[in-house]
Design a protein around this ligand. Sequence first.
Ligand SMILES: NC(=O)c1ccc[n+]([C@@H]2O[C@H](COP(=O)([O-])OP(=O)(O)OC[C@H]3O[C@@H](n4cnc5c(N)ncnc54)[C@H](OP(=O)(O)O)[C@@H]3O)[C@@H](O)[C@H]2O)c1
Length: 214
Amino acid sequence: MSLTRVHNFAISLDGFGTGEPQSLEEPFGHAGERLHEWMFATRWWNENVGEPGGTTGVDDAIARRHQPGIGAEIMGANKFGPPGWHEDPEWKGWWGENPPFHSPTFVMTHHTREPIEMQGGTTFHFRDASPAEVLEEARAAADGQDVRLGGGATVIRDFLAAGLVDHLHAVVVPILLGRGVRLWDGLEGLESDYEIESVASPSGVTHLTLTRTR
Ligand SMILES: NC(=O)c1ccc[n+]([C@@H]2O[C@H](COP(=O)([O-])OP(=O)(O)OC[C@H]3O[C@@H](n4cnc5c(N)ncnc54)[C@H](OP(=O)(O)O)[C@@H]3O)[C@@H](O)[C@H]2O)c1
């Protein structure tokens, strides 16, 4: 069965998945790169960006689960671009001509446009529809493989509220952001639907995995 999976989603101790304000210069606002320093240190990350070196411990082992078995991605409009991206007809995402998704990628937005075919197997499709409808389409496009929910916090929270997430890997980073977009708001009692494990890494982050049980 095709699962809906979240991987490597970083949150602060107070639950923010991004800081504010989001902009072209600072995609994560005042959070800067602090939510992802743990990931940038891994060998997995370096392999992806063509750099040598990197750690090979707990963070690396868990971060690597991001890609295997994934056949499509869903993301929110604010992950795809900074505020106002839809006013730029040339905007094709942050990731250059060969984005790291390598699969059909569904951008949830109220500002739809024609699909954009990129190099390396990524085609961006823009959808103004409910989480369940977008997931159904992504699942068909994934052709038997799993669907990754790439973020940001708003979209993941909406999918969690709709009961559509099978596996969630969140990385709790020991910083307090105080403001931004929070992942867990409005999800009281969510833990009763999941088996939850946490692993503390020597790097200082805690890996939480939520596996759906009902
Ligand atoms: N912490 C992490 O690991 C991580 C991972 C990925 C991304 N991020 C960051 O998270 C931030 C983005 O998160 P976010 O919570 O602000 O936003 P988001 O989840 O990326 O996108 C939310 C937006 O998507 C559109 N949307 C959502 N549901 C929709 C629906 N059913 N129909 C139509 N449109 C829909 C709406 O935008 P419109 O109305 O404008 O179309 C909505 O405001 C960025 O800074 C990104 O870099 C963090």
